[in-house]
Design a binder for this molecule. Structure first.
Ligand SMILES: C[S@@+](CC[C@H](N)C(=O)[O-])C[C@H]1O[C@@H](n2cnc3c(N)ncnc32)[C@H](O)[C@@H]1O
Length: 231
């Protein structure tokens, strides 16, 4: 590992807006912050919004600036990426933006029932060959359901038509509510500033001329969620 990366990792251990937890600390257990993000981490009771696979945290940061009345938490496994968003939030006194470094597979250990109001999935790996690893696969949606409030929204932004079509088929096949979707977000025009936030990866995809797909949906209910037949 490069010297700069090592220095950043060391520095991040002292950031009070970052929590780091590996499988050895939480596997099958409740993390000490589970159910306590508002009172212990953000120190204020406000709606909690997650960005899963946040990378450098552009959505977490920009949403936190736009909506000071909510708490935002970016989640990613890569410390060097999280460092950027966390450093920016500290330097800009953005107290409603925080970061959690862990694997999304372990996410259930961190939040209790109804603790989360909304989830953003921003350009996750489409996992073209391993559908069960997609962040909208049934095993992930069950996890989100375990802590997302009834009526809570999930947003997916992706450049991948494979992930877009898979997610639409899954939602339709399981009669889950789709409140909005498009396979060309900027082509069809959006006046919503929230959808105009561009992440690091999104900017690369736009430079390559790729259209951006977007789905907004709910996962209410407690029934089985089946994967599409044609994945
Ligand atoms: C394609 S990047 C997108 C990053 C950012 N959202 C953006 O749009 O620029 C996918 C991100 O998901 C993270 N990631 C992938 N699998 C993960 C997992 N199982 N748990 C946590 N983070 C994961 C990667 O580290 C990476 O930062």
């Amino acid at each position: 590992m490069g010297k700069k990366k090592l220095l950043r990792f060391a520095e991040m251990r002292d950031f009070d807006n970052v929590v780091q937890a590996g499988a050895d600390q939480v596997y099958g257990e409740r993390h000490p912050l589970c159910g306590k993000w508002a009172e212990t981490f953000f120190r204020r009771s406000r709606p909690l919004v997650l960005e899963l696979g946040c990378g450098k945290g552009e959505y977490t940061i920009e949403l936190a600036k736009m909506m000071p009345g909510k708490n935002f938490l970016g989640v990613d496994i890569k410390g060097a990426r999280i460092w950027k968003g966390a450093r920016y939030a500290l330097d800009n006194n953005l107290k409603n933006a925080g970061f959690l470094r862990t694997r999304i597979e372990l996410i259930s250990s961190f939040f209790e029932r109804d603790e989360v109001d909304e989830i953003w999935l921003t350009f996750p790996d489409p996992q073209v060959k391993k559908a069960q690893k997609r962040l909208t696969a049934p095993q992930f949606l069950y996890r989100y359901r375990g802590f997302l409030k009834p009526g809570g929204l999930v947003h997916l932004k992706t450049d991948s038509t494979v992930l877009y079509q898979y997610t639409l088929s899954l939602l339709e096949g399981n009669r889950l509510e789709i409140t909005d979707h498009t396979d060309d977000l900027y082509g069809t025009g959006t006046g919503d500033p929230v959808l105009n936030i561009r992440t690091y990866y999104e900017k690369q995809f736009l430079k390559q001329g790729k259209p951006i797909c977007y789905i907004k949906f709910r996962i209410d209910g407690n029934g089985l969620i089946n994967a599409p037949d044609d994945q």
